[in-house]
Design a protein around this ligand. Sequence first.
Ligand SMILES: CC(C)(COP(=O)(O)OP(=O)(O)OC[C@H]1O[C@@H](n2cnc3c(N)ncnc32)[C@H](O)[C@@H]1OP(=O)(O)O)[C@@H](O)C(=O)NCCC(=O)NCCS
Length: 256
Amino acid sequence: MAERIEVQVPDGYPPMCEPVKPENRAENLVIVAASDKYLAAMAESFEKSYPKAIFDMITKPSEKTYTADTVKRLSATLGAPNVTMLVVTTLGNESQFMGCAAFLKAVLTPSNEHPMHIFRPSAFHRGHNFKKLMSWTDREVDEMHKGMNTELLETILEHQQRQREKLMGSQPYVMLGPIWVPNEYRSRGVSSKLISKGFDMARDSRVPLLLSGVFPNAKPAYLHLGFEPLEGYDDLMIWFPQTIARGKVQDGRLVY
Ligand SMILES: CC(C)(COP(=O)(O)OP(=O)(O)OC[C@H]1O[C@@H](n2cnc3c(N)ncnc32)[C@H](O)[C@@H]1OP(=O)(O)O)[C@@H](O)C(=O)NCCC(=O)NCCS
């Protein structure tokens, strides 16, 4: 069993992750590409998984429920060229959704735009350009975001993107985020399984795996799995495949 790592978790976040007890480890986990049949479970669990303090800040729950819109927003990620959305299920019952993660490949364009978080409102108009990808009208995009504090969400996710740009410059990487596991399947090794796929992707491309938007409650799990903190970047963590050099932060930049 993993040696327990402990960190301080501020109020408003979910409880800190706990090591998987051998008797609780889920067996027969299978990773598949996300598809339409998982979208409803993904959307519902997303709403319940994220820290209430953060969810309340970016949404206005009293005005409407978000599941249907989240389903629609998530559906765009299924066909997006640089997004790999993976889902965990269990052998023999492949309709059972147990967790998911998005991996984004940083294919840096000449304008050097880093991958956008899939929930960033402006990703519907540029970057992933979900609106064009899905042939949605402006009205449909507005409908999906209705009731959300899109300005605040955009500000938070843009800040994260700027942090990645500052750290990585033009160096390629695979980005991991968001990742979530429904409450009932936590501490069973589900995210370990998902993240191992991210390690494979990083190894295959010989680039680091960068975790973006790290919540304090999840840090012990990431530290245990081999992610390293990055000095000056509280919500970023990095993992280097053994086959590449390990970078270090110098003056805010990752240098090798
Ligand atoms: C964070 C989250 C994705 C973790 O998912 P999970 O499936 O419960 O995690 P796992 O059970 O796979 O644990 C991951 C690994 O970390 C280890 N671990 C977890 N907590 C640990 C701790 N406190 N100390 C040491 N190791 C720990 C586990 O043992 C496991 O490693 P192993 O497979 O080698 O034994 C899940 O708690 C979640 O969805 N939380 C809400 C949303 C969220 O916070 N998302 C992350 C945003 S950054």
